[in-house]
Design a protein around this ligand. Structure first.
Ligand code: AMP
Ligand code: ZN
Length: 476
C-alpha cells in the first residue's frame, strides 16, 4: 500500500518505545519538528559503535525533511561528570578521562579535555556526512538551568537531600519506568546509600565541597539525566516531538529523564521515544577492555571510507542488532564504489525523478525507517532497463537526500554554527545544483567552467572553498 497523503503531510510510522508499537507520526507544531538526541560523553574518542546511534538519529531527521518537515535537532555534549558511586553510569567517565591523561582534577582541565574530544566527534560526524544539529549544547554551559530544575523538584516535594547529594524520590512519581527496561536492576547496582528512601531513587545532584558549582542546596555536580532535561527543554520546549538515543538509555537514563521532567513540568517530555540497537564487532561488544574500540580513521586505514561505513549501517534496520565484520565493511565499500561509479556515468542533465520509484522509496522509509528496503529499491533502479540513465540519475540524486551516500556532493553544507541563534544554514536547491555542476566540472578537468560557476555563486552571495573533503559553501 502506498503511503497516503493528507493535508498534514504523508503518513509516517515510527516505532515508539513508550507505547511499544509503530505509531503514525504527528508533530506538535505543523511542519516544524523538534527532536532531541542524547549525545556523547566526551571523555575519549568515539568508536564506530557510537556512530550507529548518530546515523540512526540523522536518518530520522533526513526522512522527516524528505517528507517536507523542518527539523530542529539538538544534541547535547556531556562534558562534566562526577557521579562516582552513583549508578547512572556506574562510573564517572570525565574523571576517568582526566586520570588517564595524567591531568589534575579541575573544572578547567575537564573542559579542555571535553572540547578536544567534542571537536574530534564533530569532525567524525561530518566525515560520515551527518547533517549537524541545530546546536550541541554543553552541560557545563547550562548549570543554572539544571539548578533551577533541581530546585523545582525540591519545591514540589519530589526530591530530598542526603549527606552526599540530592535525590529524586521515585515513590512519589507513580508512572515511573514508563519506557520499560530493567531499571530497578540497574539502580540496584548503585553503591548503597542508607539514606536513600528507595533503592530506585537516583541523584539529581552530587555534593562536592572542593570541586563543582555553587548551588543553593550545596556545591557539587549535576546528574546526567537532569543535564538532558534542562538542555532539551531549554531549546525545544517542555514537550517536544522526538527523543532519540541508544537502547542502553532506555532503562535508566530515559526513564529518569521522564520522571524528572514530568514531575517538574506536569507534561510529557517527548511524544516519540526512539532507540537504536547496538552493533557488535566480530560478535563481541565494543569496548576498550575488549580492545576493539575501532575508530573511523582505522576503517579508512583498511580501505573502508566513512561513507562506506554509513552505507553498511543502512543495510540493517535500526532496531536490529548488527554485527560488524571486516568482510562486510569491505563488501559495503565495493557496493558503494559500484553505485557511485554507475551514477557518475549517467548524464547529469535532463533527467526526471521517477514517481513510481520515489513512492516505493518513501513507503520503505515511512515504515519505521526501513533503510535496507530503501537500498534495495535503489539497486532495483540501477538495474531497471526501462528507465533512462538521466532519469535514474535524477531519481538517485533525490534518494540521496536521505541516504547521504555521496550521490550529492558531500560536506558542502557547513550546517550549523554551534550554540548560536542563527539556526541552520539552508542552501537553496538552485545553489546546490550549481555546486554539484561545479564539482563535476572540476572532476572532469574543466576548470574554466568551474571558475565561471564559482563567480556566479559569488554574485549570488555564496563563497566556495575547496577542501580535501570536498567543497565548503558559506553565505558571504
Ligand atoms: P556513550 O558515549 O557511551 O554515552 O555512548 C554514546 C552513544 O553511543 C549512546 O547513544 C549509545 O547508545 C551509543 N552506543 C554505544 N555503544 C554502541 C554500540 N556498540 N552500538 C550502537 N550504539 C552504541
Ligand atoms: Zn540524554
Amino acid at each position: 500500500m502506498l503511503p497516503s497523503r493528507t493535508s498534514s503531510g504523508p503518513d509516517i510510522f515510527f516505532y515508539n518505545t513508550l507505547t511499544k508499537k509503530k505509531e503514525k507520526f504527528h508533530s506538535l507544531h505543523g511542519r516544524a519538528v523538534k527532536m532531541y538526541t542524547c549525545g556523547p560523553t566526551v571523555y575519549d574518542y568515539a568508536h564506530i559503535g557510537n556512530f550507529r546511534a548518530y546515523v540512526f538519529a540523522e536518518i530520522v531527521r533526513r526522512t522527516l525533511e524528505y517528507a517536507g518537515y523542518e527539523v530542529k535537532q539538538v544534541m547535547n555534549i556531556t562534558d562534566i561528570g562526577h557521579l562516582v558511586g552513583d549508578g547512572d553510569s556506574g562510573e564517572d567517565k570525565m574523571t576517568a578521562g582526566l586520570k588517564r591523561e595524567g591531568l589534575d582534577l579541575t573544572l578547567s582541565n575537564m573542559k579542555m579535555l571535553a572540547e578536544r574530544y567534542a571537536e574530534a566527534f564533530e569532525e567524525d560526524l561530518k566525515r560520515l556526512n551527518i547533517e549537524l544539529p541545530f546546536t550541541f549544547p554543553r552541560a557545563s554551559e547550562h548549570i543554572p538551568e539544571q539548578i533551577a530544575y533541581v530546585e523545582t523538584l525540591i519545591g514540589k516535594g519530589y526530591a530530598y537531600a542526603t549527606k552526599d547529594g540530592v535525590y529524586f524520590e521515585v515513590g512519589k512519581f507513580p508512572g515511573y519506568g514508563a519506557l520499560g527496561g530493567s531499571a530497578s536492576y540497574d539502580h540496584a547496582r548503585i553503591a548503597h546509600n542508607p539514606e536513600k528512601r528507595d533503592m530506585r531513587d537516583f541523584a539529581l545532584w552530587k555534593f562536592d565541597e572542593k570541586l563543582g558549582w555553587e548551588a543553593p542546596f550545596g556545591k557539587g555536580f549535576p546528574g546526567w539525566h537532569i543535564e538532558c532535561v534542562a538542555m532539551s527543554t531549554k531549546y525545544l520546549g517542555k514537550t517536544f516531538d522526538i527523543h532519540t538515543g541508544g537502547v542502553d538509555h532506555i532503562a535508566v537514563h530515559h526513564n529518569d529523564e521522564i520522571a524528572e521532567a514530568e514531575a517538574a513540568n506536569g507534561k510529557p517530555l517527548a511524544n516519540f521515544w526512539m532507540h537504536g540497537e547496538f552493533i557488535t564487532i566480530e560478535a563481541k561488544r565494543i569496548g576498550k577492555s575488549e580492545g576493539n574500540a575501532v575508530r573511523l580513521y582505522q576503517l579508512e586505514e583498511r580501505g573502508v571510507s566513512p561513507l562506506a561505513y554509513r552505507y553498511l549501517l543502512l543495510t540493517a534496520h535500526y532496531r536490529q542488532k548488527m554485527n560488524f565484520t571486516w568482510e562486510a565493511a569491505e563488501a559495503a565499500q565495493t557496493a558503494l564504489n559500484r553505485a557511485q561509479r554507475a551514477y557518475r556515468e549517467f548524464p547529469a542533465e535532463g533527467g526526471r525523478i521517477q514517481d513510481a520509484y520515489r513512492e516505493m522509496f518513501r513507503e520503505a522509509l515511512y515504515d519505521d525507517l526501513n533503510t535496507p528496503e530503501a537500498l534495495s529499491i535503489m539497486w532495483n533502479l540501477f538495474r531497471d532497463d526501462g528507465i533512462s540513465p538521466e532519469d535514474k540519475r535524477a531519481t538517485l540524486y533525490d534518494f540521496d537526500r536521505v541516504l547521504g551516500i555521496g550521490m550529492r556532493p558531500v560536506e558542502h553544507i557547513e550546517a550549523i554554527s554551534r550554540s548560536s541563534a542563527m539556526g541552520p544554514l539552508v542552501i537553496p536547491p538552485e545553489i546546490e545544483a550549481q555546486i554539484t555542476e561545479r564539482e563535476e566540472a572540476r572532476k572532469a578537468g574543466d576548470f574554466a567552467k568551474a571558475d565561471k560557476i564559482r563567480d556566479s555563486l559569488t554574485q549570488k552571495g555564496y563563497s566556495v572553498e575547496d577542501t580535501q573533503k570536498g567543497p565548503v559553501v558559506r553565505p558571504i
